[in-house]
Structure formats: C-alpha cells, structure tokens
Design a protein around this ligand. Structure first.
Ligand SMILES: [Zn+2]
Length: 411
C-alpha cells in the first residue's frame, strides 16, 4: 500500500516504541528509527517471523510497563511453543472499535442478534466478535463452539440474525438445519466468516442453505485477532483498517515487494499497538492488493480474498498445489461437492496423490465416470494426475475449527 510522509512518521513512532521491549531491542539492534528516511529504508528492516515470537515466549514482546497490561491472548501451540500477546486497555479498545466497524460494514445494527460460535479463552476469536458487537450495541449470544443441538435451539428461540463462525462450522450448521428441515425456524440474515481460505462452492452452499449474505472477516491473534479487515457488500476483496496498520505484499521466496496486483504474502506493521507492537510481521497469508476505490464508497484499501498460506503450498512431481486451485478445479465439475481431501504419500520411490471428493451421485457407474472427469481436469489444470475417489455426501470429516484438506504424509 502507499506510504506517505504521515504514514512513515507513524511507522517510525511504532518502531521506536517496539524497541522499548526486549524482543525488538534485540531484533533491531543498531537500527536508529530516526535514520529511516523513506519507504526503501523501511523495507530494508528485517522481517518478524512467527518463530521469532515463539522465541520471545513468554513476555519478550512486551513493550510497556506491566501495570498497563490488562489481558493476555495466545495463538495455538500445535506446531511448537505458543506465542503470548499482551494487550493494554487501549489495544483492547482499538480492537473493539475495528471490529464494530467490521459489523457496520456488513450492515449489522444495534437491532441485530449476534450468535457467536468461535471459541473463547486464550484464542482471540470469540471475545473479539463479542467486543465488537457489544460496542455496536447489538444483542450478543456468546455460544462458543460445539453442541449443535443447543446452537440450533438458541438460534431458533432467540431468533439470531447474524451468525459468526468459521466456514467449516457454518457449513456443518447449514447441513444440520437442512437435514432437520428447520430452515423456516431460522432467522439468520448475515454470516461473518473467519478468514480461513475457502472456496466459492462452499461459499455458495452456505449462502444458499442458510439463506444469508456472507462476509469474510480477516485477522490473526498476533495482530489483535479477527476484525482488522472485512469484505463489503460489493464482495470484492477485504477492506483493511489502515489507520491501525500498514501492510505490504511480498514475494514469499525472495522477500522482495510484489509488483502491483501480483499475488504474494501479506506482511503487517502495527501503528497503534502498545502491548506487543509488530513490525513487518509475516502472516504467511497469500493475497494481492486490489487497485482503486471500491464501489461501496469505503475509503480503506483492499486485499483480495485469501488464496491460501505460503506454508500450505505443496509440491508434487514438480506441480505446485494450492488449496484454492483445487477448489477452482473441482468447482468447475458438475456433480462434485465443495468438500474434498487430499492425501499425498510416497510409495515405492514415487509420490502418489489421492483425492477424495464428496458427490451426490450414488450409482457406481456414475461415480466412476466422475472420478475419471476429476482426474482429467486435474491433469489439465494442475499438471498432475491424482487417484480420484468419489465418496458420498457427509463422509469426509467436518470441523468446528479450520479444516485441513491437504495432508502431506511424505515426510
Ligand atoms: Zn467495499
């Protein structure tokens, strides 16, 4: 995004503040923020990686006196040491403000009833949805995840109008509503979906089965949490709240700036964060900058819908496979549903790609034909022939959290 004098000044102020903490004091050792004269100077600063934040465990990121800290959040430690992010009252307030702006962008008002299914606790999701909705003045229903029976009962009895969920949980609820035939008792109008990458086919199914408008909400625990950006009614990418953050799109391999409109990795610098400011933080989310103003009239720049994570990309027999490409290929084939799973194995010296997909087609000959079609489409569009296998609807696992679709079992 653009960096004018004012933005450069704000970034330098944030760097100076960050360097008061142990982590950036060390990470930026020998760097004088006053010596950063322009964008090129800023882009010479080292990136901050998630691994750096793990090394700073537990409180190495803290850049204020402890008496100012009011809350701790933590990102999941499934792949090693967790990351701890301390928040001041201002950080919590700023997050709530950004989140309430997200709701407003989605057309949610104080008369809405907001049903929140993401988890509460150390994870930032549930409480972020809660704070933003309360600030807006809406009636919040803090369900948290799980217990589908209770979710649906509350949704019916309280006439929830807005569903906040991950895409996989929204799909699970949509399918359950369909199965129980209770669609006419559900009052949902909109759904705000956490920012995991999800395909067009899944989007259409959730929208159609729940009868809602869908909005993509962006965020990550390291930078406040969800709510730092959202899609609008024009459904063309996500507006980012650039009064609180500065972002770059880089080539994930070289670290150089991506050309205008080119897909790359999103890198974020916080401008206002007190507890744990982050400078040039690599999100590993792949997207691109969208040019020009949006038709909705909102004066905040946009990034495109996420196409995946730079660490989700897998290479099989020289072909690069992104989850979003798989979605794209499958969505072009009639009879193939949105749900699939890929297992990559190494057998007898060669890589094998098994692709399981759900279909409503039930006769064996029809399923066989569909498998052949999927294999041919894969070969043509991705450059590799999978072993495709059709399975019935609902046979693949659903998840309340983010679902993994590609499993690389080779290493
Ligand atoms: Zn817009």
């Amino acid at each position: 995004m653009d960096m004018n004098e004012k933005m450069l000044g704000r970034i330098k102020k944030s760097i100076t503040h960050a360097m008061k903490g142990v982590f950036y004091g060390e990470h930026f050792k020998g760097i004088d923020p006053a010596g950063i004269k322009d964008r090129a100077d800023f882009e010479k600063l080292p990136f901050t990686e998630k691994a750096d934040l793990r090394d700073a465990y537990p409180l190495g990121l803290l850049a204020v006196d402890e008496e100012k800290v009011v809350r701790i959040h933590s990102s999941s430690g499934t792949t090693g040491q967790a990351v701890i992010i301390p928040y001041t009252q201002k950080d919590v307030d700023d997050w709530a403000l950004m989140f309430s702006r997200c709701y407003k962008t989605a057309g949610v008002t104080a008369l809405d009833r907001v049903h929140i299914t993401p988890g509460y606790g150390l994870w930032t999701a549930g409480i972020g949805f809660q704070l933003g909705a309360e600030l807006l003045g809406a009636m919040t229903i803090p369900m948290g995840p799980g217990n589908t029976d209770k979710q649906l009962k509350m949704m019916e009895d309280l006439k929830s109008t807005v569903l906040c969920a991950t895409s996989s949980y929204a799909l699970l609820l949509a399918e359950e509503i369909e199965r129980r035939g209770i669609r006419n008792k559900i009052h949902l109008k909109k759904s705000l979906i956490g920012s995991e990458r999800w395909g067009e086919k899944m989007r259409q199914r959730i929208a159609a089965e729940l009868g809602v408008e869908l909005y993509d909400i962006y965020g990550l625990t390291e930078i406040y949490g969800p709510g730092i950006g959202i899609s609008c009614r024009c459904n063309s990418g996500m507006h980012m709240w650039t009064d609180y953050l500065y972002y770059e799109i880089i080539n994930p391999k070289t670290g150089e700036q991506a050309a205008a409109g080119e897909t790359g990795e999103l890198v974020i610098t916080t401008l206002e964060k007190e507890g744990a400011p982050l400078i040039r933080y690599r999100t590993h989310d792949l997207t691109r900058e969208l040019p020009g103003p949006c038709e909705c009239g909102l004066d905040f720049p946009r990034i495109d819908t996420l196409i995946g994570r730079s660490d989700d990309m897998v290479k099989v027999k020289g072909a690069m496979i992104y989850p979003s490409r798989v979605d794209e290929v499958l969505s072009g084939i009639a009879g193939v549903s949105s749900e699939y799973q890929i297992q990559i194995d190494h057998l007898n010296g060669r890589d094998i790609l098994n692709l399981l997909f759900e279909t409503g087609v039930a006769d064996p000959a029809g399923m066989k034909a569909l498998e052949k079609t999927v294999e041919a489409a894969f070969k043509e569009k991705i450059g590799i022939t999978p072993e495709a296998k059709a399975v019935g609807m609902m046979e693949l696992p659903r998840s309340e959290k983010k679902s993994t679709r590609i499993f690389d079992n080779r290493y």
